[in-house]
Design a protein around this ligand. Structure first.
Ligand code: DP6
Length: 387
């Protein structure tokens, strides 16, 4: 899912590359890690990658000896490199080819190779922007860190395939690994342990093995089930109070329900939703999505102290979805909510106008709070997001 030119550019001082990456929305949720450094999830997850220019991250990675410090500029604000970004860079160092990275020399107008030792001497400058609210439960880390992984892979000439690149993205943020592919994507947990205590107490050797295997795999591409559309209801654009990383750690430490969910509920659901996707079985698909979303929030409620991500608008949207579905010959929509209050409605293109009208009237969300992909099916313009 990248839309950048193939080679990084070199102007004599700076080596630079830009990539764009979309967000993905989890239908089977990732909530909990058994290793915080390697970001090994306690269960596999499944998502749908959005095919939408309005919800993506654009990242430019530049390398240069003239930069004083390595720096990340996120939405215009300068930040230092987090430990996770440093970990991504050290993972990458081993993959840089001995001969160095190819680049397009914009001064000479020719392809050149920059030696590995020169690449390693240069400071790294990362500039990333999201065109939607950051850290509000609109999956910003999924697009941002997948985009960074794509850029780093290219700028250092690593030539990793998308599966390997998803391992790199995973080190930045778990959910990011799924944005490397379009359509329906599974993030495989990368190990076979089935007992929660064994998962929680995973050994360093098992972590090492899982880290090699834990990557994203495309189940079906975006053309497989192209009648599906997604409506994003922005119930708030505020930053969530408890970041996903902390929330899921607290849940792993204190929620007995999460332990049961990871080992007894999710594996079966993953199998069933994969089959539902293959068969385009809309009824099963929507039911699993709704149950999964509520299971994530039940785990959050079962965490001690409990975590509340949904607000009144989110709950109204969930009730509204059930009301609409009951009065129709098939489910009109399924809702899914991540670690925030914003609500994603998975629907069919043919139901979009009807659903958006109801969401606007009943849930009281005006156009500026409703965002969707597959705009071409819609008569009215709904292309603003409240930032
Ligand atoms: C609720 O990927 O943001 O969106 O790996 O700690 O960076 P870290 O967490 P993150 O978690 C996202 C969790 C979720 C569900 C999901 O996307 O599967």
């Amino acid at each position: 899912m990248e839309s950048s030119s193939d080679l990084p550019t070199w102007d004599g001082k700076i080596l630079s590359l830009t990539a764009v990456s979309p967000i993905n929305i989890a239908l089977i949720k990732y909530w909990g890690k058994c290793d915080e450094i390697e970001i090994i999830p306690i269960n596999s997850s499944l998502s749908i990658t959005l095919n939408c220019d309005d919800l993506c991250s654009t990242t430019t990675v530049s390398l240069g000896e003239s930069y004083e410090e390595s720096e990340l500029i996120l939405n215009g604000k300068s930040e230092g490199f987090s430990d996770r970004i440093k970990r991504m860079l050290s993972f990458l160092t081993d993959s840089i080819p001995a001969e160095g990275a190819k680049a397009w020399d914009t001064v000479k107008g020719e392809e050149i190779t920059i030696p590995k030792e020169d690449l390693l001497k240069m400071k790294v400058h990362v500039e990333s922007t999201n065109n939607f609210p950051t850290a509000s439960g609109v999956a910003s880390s999924s697009s941002g860190l997948s985009c960074l992984a794509l850029c780093l892979n290219k700028v250092y000439g690593c030539e990793m395939d998308l599966g390997e690149c998803s391992r790199l993205a995973r080190l930045g943020s778990g959910s990011a690994c799924r944005s490397l592919f379009g359509g329906f994507v599974i993030w495989d947990k990368g190990f076979d342990l089935t007992n929660f205590e064994d998962i929680r107490n995973i050994t360093p050797e098992q972590v090492l093995e899982a880290s090699k295997n834990s990557k994203a795999i495309q189940v079906k591409d975006e053309s497989h089930w192209d009648e599906i559309a997604l409506v994003i209801c922005v119930a708030t654009s505020e930053k969530k109070k408890i970041a996903s990383t902390k929330g899921m750690k607290d849940s792993v430490d204190t929620s007995e329900f999460l332990a049961y969910r990871a080992t007894n509920i999710v594996p079966k659901r993953l199998e069933n939703i994969t089959k539902a996707i293959e068969d385009k079985d809309w009824n099963t698909f929507t039911e699993i999505i709704i149950k999964e979303s509520n299971s994530l929030h039940a785990s959050c409620l079962d965490t001690y102290p409990p975590i509340f991500y949904m607000n009144e608008t989110t709950k109204n949207l969930a009730s509204l979805t059930h009301d609409i579905n009951q009065n129709f010959y098939e489910p009109v929509a399924a809702y899914t909510v991540d670690a925030g209050a914003n609500c994603f409605l998975i629907t069919k293109k043919k139901h979009l106008n009807y659903l958006i009208d109801l969401v606007s009237d009943v849930a009281g969300l005006d156009d500026s709070k409703i965002k969707f992909n597959f705009k071409d099916e819609i008569e009215t313009e709904h292309n603003q997001i409240d930032g």
